[in-house]
Structures are given as C-alpha cells and as structure tokens.
Design a binder for this molecule. Structure first.
Ligand code: ATP
Length: 536
C-alpha cells in the first residue's frame, strides 16, 4: 500500500501545490515537479500527472474530492483511468450525475428518480460496493440547499473507508464552510505529455510513438478542448499527422497563448550561426544544452536554470534568446513586463504569478523575460515590485526543471544586486559592442542572408570604418546599401556600403556616457559574452 502523500490537515491541494486559486505572491507554496511519466504498475501504460494525483487522493482514503476544472469531459476520462488503476483486474464503476439526467453509468440509461441532488446522494449512500461518483456542477445545489449540504456530510461518513469516492467537478470553486474540512480541493492543471499522447492516440488512431510524442510536446500548456481545436486545424492542413502538422499546431497554440495579452509565443527563431561573435556565450550554451537535456537524471543544482543577458541595445541580446530556443529545440515564450505592469490584466503581481504558472504548464520551453528591469527593480522593496522580485527569486529556485529562463536587460543599474548574485541565474552575460572580427562576421551574416556573396567585398575595411557600431546598425547599413544598389539596378558594392556607413552616426557616439556607464557597471558583475574588449 502506497503511503498517502497528503497531509490530513491540508485540505487544499492541486497537482503542484501551487497557487492557481488565488494567484497572490506565495512562493513557499510553489513546487513544480517535472512532467514525467509515472507508471502505476510494471508493464501498465504510463500514468499522467493528473491521474496519479487523483489516484493518490483516493488511496489516502478520502471519500470526497472537489475538482475545479472547466474540462468536465476530461475529468470523466481521468476518473475512468483511475478506476482501472485502483484495483488489479476489473475497473471499479464510474457513475456520473447531472441535474438534467440523474445518475448513470457508462453507456447505460440513467437510474429513474435520481435527478434531484438529494436522490443522487441517497443513491450513493445506499450503493453496496466500490465506485466513483462524478457529480457535475453540484456547487449550485451546495450553495442553495442546506438539505444537500447536510446529506453530503452523511455521505462523507457512510462512504469513508468503503472505497466509495465522490467527486464534485465544477468550473468554479464553491465549498460551503461546514464541509470545507471534509473535502479535498483539487485544481486541475492542463494535461501533461502522457495525457496528451493518450488523447492524440484516441483522436487520430496514430500509432507512431515518435510522432505522438512530438505532437504532444507541441500541445503542452493547452487544455484538451484547445488541443482538439489545434489538432483539427493541423488535420485540415495535412490529413496525415507528422512533422508537417507541427506548424499548424504551433500556430493555434500561438493564438491561444497570445490571448493572455502578456505572454507571447515567439515563432521567428534564429540559429546560433546567425549570431556574429559572442563566442563565449555560444560555448557556454553548448555545454548547458548537454546538461539541460540530461535534466531528469541530474541533481537539481546541475540543471541549468537560465541566464541573464545585459548590455548595449542592438548588440544581439534578443537574437541570442531566439537562438537559444532553437538550439535547445524548445518553443520560446516572451513575458512582456510592460504589459504586466499596464494594469490591463489585474494586479501586476497576480498577472506575474499567473504568467509564471502558465509557463510551468508549457514546459519544456525557454521563457524570455524581456526588459526584466521594467518589472523587477530594487527601488520599491516593500511594494508591489518588491513582492514580485521576492517571488521571482524563489520561483527561479523552485520552478520546473524543464523551463530555461532567459532574461534580458538594458538598464542594468536598475536591477537589484540580489538578482545578479551568483546562483540566481547560472550566468550573467554582458553583451558589449562587437569587436573588429565580430563586425566582419555580422556584415557577412547580413549580406549572405540577403543573397549577397560577401567574399567579393572588403569586409575588413568596413569593420575598421564601423568601430563602435552595434549589430543592429551594421544590419541597417547593409539594408540601406542594398536598397541603394537595387534602385540603381546593380549589385551592391563596397562603395555602396561605405557611402552609407559614413552617414550613420552610431549610438556609441551619441550615447557615449551611458555606454561607458553600462560598461563600468558590468565590468565586475558580469561575464563578457565575447572573449576580448573592443577598446572603443
Ligand atoms: P534591444 O535591447 O534594443 O532589444 P538587443 O541587444 O536585444 O537590443 P537585437 O534585437 O538582438 O538587440 O538586435 C537587433 C538586430 O540587430 C537583430 O535582429 C540582428 O538582425 C542584428 N544584430 C545585432 N547583433 C547581432 C549579432 N551579433 N549578429 C548578427 N546580427 C546582429
């Protein structure tokens, strides 16, 4: 017999002991086990995170569970799965009750006279053997009827220890005070990969395990209903499931995620080879990827948590984050700190916690906090930003292993010292203006991306002319020179590039003081993303 995992005194539980019900800042409550496959018995199919949780509640002997979820059908599927795993041999029956139909078992007609809540509870009370009873939308009657509340307490007494499990499923939480201590409250999180694979198998009949897992991974973070829409969209594009279906699935996911308003699914990736320079950063990523892939087998302190990149605007921080996601072969989500603080999504701390939680459901993924200094500053230690900061630090330590955080900042001096301290992020990188040879490779990358053979141009000369330029300025120079050449109906030449270059006034000249300030600040606090100093 497995030991019950829930404290008897703790009546509110969800799959990850988190704060979904009230997304206030409560870092101590947040622990986030990885999405892993649980196996209920040797040789048995893998058990999903949600099924495991429900099974363990039942095995702890609790007769009354309240599952809050908008996915009523999914709750039914999970209960049937648990019913099969509770007892070796035959599954125990699962009964469903609704106010319109009364009590009925799979595929059978409803039992007459059980449509009133009182009659449903009487039926459960008198039921002679083990069973699971799903009561749909029972919260309304609990709210209105003292008789139902009383009868439910009787059922609790009579079902205890007799393997009869009553499950109230509802999209809202309403637990009357008098039964609060008797009910195990559960917040159902989106399905994990195990559940999604089973769903995809059932919906499509697909048998190729590799395809099923690949598609399930793309659907992580969606509810089953949302996953169904995404699947239909994918099947409309390509009737045979496979790698070709991924763009359609991801597009649906992008729309759904973007609905939040503060998290964006970033679909335009970049490859590491598209970054000019930043070799120290690239080497570091190479090593971290290996460790990240081994995350389920490594001890927690070895699993990469993420990195903080600060530096001069336009030098490739955002580009690098996109490249990290592609290199780790993970989807990329961007949290917009400005949106979070806009007030359009309720209290910023609630929105921030919600965003972090939502991302845990999406793992494995890269989570990008862009302009992190906009939300997490040291200036307001007692206020809202201070609380968000405290939450963020704890969350970084406790978040699921499948999330790699990439934070970027321009105004680094606004970030609290604790944020930069070793241990929060695996590394803090400073992205400086590109070196001579880095500028050559940035020119090369942008010319080649636009179909120009860079070997016929004198890039060394251009690099000398563009000392102190950012990567973005180099790109702008290439685009302007190409436009100039196209207008004149000829190939781009050194002369086009030079004539544009002499007209551009780089940021490092107009903002010399700020850049020097950023550099001197970063000198002792961060590792340079490029091996040497520019001397600019
Ligand atoms: P900001 O803080 O203003 O967002 P950033 O440091 O994130 O700036 P990016 O957005 O990554 O800079 O850079 C803008 C564009 O400049 C990139 O999309 C890319 O095209 C070009 N660029 C910048 N740095 C590099 C680089 N090292 N290699 C290749 N291209 C670069």
């Amino acid at each position: 017999m497995r030991a019950p995992v829930f404290s008897e005194r703790r009546l509110v539980h969800n799959e990850e002991n988190s704060v979904q019900e009230n997304p206030s800042i409560a870092p101590k409550n947040i622990t986030a086990p990885e999405i892993t496959q649980h196996s209920s018995a040797a040789g048995a199919p893998p058990e999903s995170r949600a099924a495991k949780m429900i099974r363990e509640i039942f095995e702890s002997g609790r007769p009354l569970t309240y599952i809050r979820s908008a996915e009523e059908q999914r709750v039914g599927i999970l209960l049937r799965e648990v019913a099969r795993s509770l007892r070796a041999g035959a599954a125990i029956p699962v009964w469903e009750w609704t106010l319109t139909e009364g009590m009925r078992k799979d595929g059978e007609t409803a039992i007459t006279g059980t449509d009133s809540p009182r009659a449903a509870l009487d039926f459960i009370s008198a039921y002679p053997s083990q069973a699971i009873f799903q009561l749909k939308d029972f919260h309304e009657t609990l709210r209105e009827s003292a008789e139902t509340r009383r009868r439910l307490r009787d059922v609790y007494e009579s079902a205890a220890g007799r393997s009869k499990y009553v499950v109230i499923s509802s999209p809202v939480r309403f637990i009357p005070e008098e039964i609060e201590r008797s009910v195990m409250f559960v917040e159902l999180r989106p399905p994990d990969a195990v559940e999604l694979v089973a769903f995809l198998r059932g919906e499509t009949g697909e048998t190729d395990e590799a395809v099923l897992h690949q598609l399930a991974r793309a659907l992580l973070g969606l509810t089953l209903d949302e996953a169904r829409y995404a699947l239909r969209r994918a099947l409309a594009v390509s009737p045979r499931l496979g790698t070709d279906s991924l763009p359609a699935l991801l597009e649906e996911k992008r729309l759904l995620v973007n609905r939040s308003g503060y998290i964006e699914y970033v679909s335009d990736g970049a490859r590491l080879e598209e970054i000019g320079g930043l070799e120290t950063l690239k080497k570091w990523l190479l090593e971290r990827r290996k460790l990240f892939e081994l995350r389920d087998t490594l001890s927690a302190e070895l699993v990469p948590k993420g990195l903080l990149m600060m530096g001069i605007p336009g030098c490739g921080k955002s580009l690098s984050v996109k490249a990290i996601a592609s290199y780790f072969q993970l989807p990329l989500y961007r949290v917009d700190m400005i949106e979070i603080f806009s007030g359009r999504h309720g209290k910023p701390e609630g929105a921030f916690v919600q965003a972090c939680r939502m991302m845990e459901d999406m793992a494995p993924a890269v989570l990008w906090f862009d302009e992190i200094e906009m939300g997490i500053t040291s200036s307001d230690s007692g206020g809202e930003q201070g609380r968000i900061f405290a939450f963020f630090l704890t969350w970084m330590q406790e978040k699921t292993r499948g999330l790699f955080v990439a934070a970027t900042a321009n105004r680094i001096d606004l970030l609290p010292a604790e944020m930069i301290r070793k241990g929060r992020f695996d590394e803090v990188f400073f992205v400086d203006l590109p070196l001579d040879e880095e500028r050559v490779s940035i020119f090369r990358i942008h010319l080649q991306r636009r179909g120009v053979d860079a070997d016929r141009l004198n890039l060394g000369q251009l690099a000398k002319l563009t000392n102190g330029w950012t990567g973005a300025e180099i790109e702008q120079c290439v685009v302007s020179a190409l436009t100039q050449a196209r207008l004149a109906d000829r190939e781009v030449s050194d002369q086009d590039l030079i004539s544009v270059a002499v007209r551009i006034v780089p940021l490092s000249r107009t903002m010399k003081e700020q850049i020097n300030h950023i550099r001197s600040w970063a000198f002792e606090r961060a590792v340079r993303a490029s091996p040497h100093s520019t001397g600019t």
